[in-house]
Design a protein around this ligand. Sequence first.
Ligand SMILES: [Zn+2]
Length: 268
Amino acid sequence: MGSASSETVKGLVIREVNFGDNDKLLTLLTEQHGKMTVRGCGVRSHKNKNFAASQLFSYGTYVIAKRKNGGDYIKEADLEENFFALRENLVSLAFASYICELANYISGEENSDEPFLRLVLNTLWAESHGEASPERTKKIKASFELRCACALGFSPELSACSVCGRRGGAELYLDILGGALLCPDCVAKTGHADREGFGGWTRPLVRVSEAAVDAMRYVTRADEARFLSFSLPEPYMDEFANACERYLLGHIGRGFATLDYYKQFERL
Ligand SMILES: [Zn+2]
């Protein structure tokens, strides 16, 4: 019995900060404990045996030495996947950085959330495999954002207009904070987003066509391994992307530096 014990975890590096001359502080999103911050001693050196597993986006098995006074550190690491292709394309790299910043914001410490870890891994996998294109990244990003909103407990109710119950219609509105749909008639009756309307209601609404809503329905209901297995004609992709991003950020109530960075490439 020494003062240190060790534990083996599976995890993904979602944040890295240089520390000291040659160390890093790594935030791992783990299967066993949610988020953990550990020290990688000497891992900035190419010669270090744990170098490869101590990079952002690395996924593997980590043996963590636990110390009573904190300062847990990596004893051994075994890399399984580094999603290398993410580094070959600036849009993918910017998107993957946003995925990790969101994951760091959403996940908690001590509590295991395996479905959320799998969502993050499945998303990185999708982005790093297959032919990269800005349209494809846009679809993966929006779907991931919507699944994140669901993971946070904000699943939208998308079956029908939440006021009159009408189903279908070419034009619909997503009430971001209410997590519900409205038809144009009910929007007209209850007051528009930009006007002082019914009951002083000025909640943000996003206009979405039925095709984009169908894609959102699919993403919220699909099995975790298949949430990207849908197609949406290109004219509707921007609506879908805008609705999903605004939906997530509306519920989180903040922006992200990595998202601003990603958007620089989206505009090119
Ligand atoms: Zn209605």
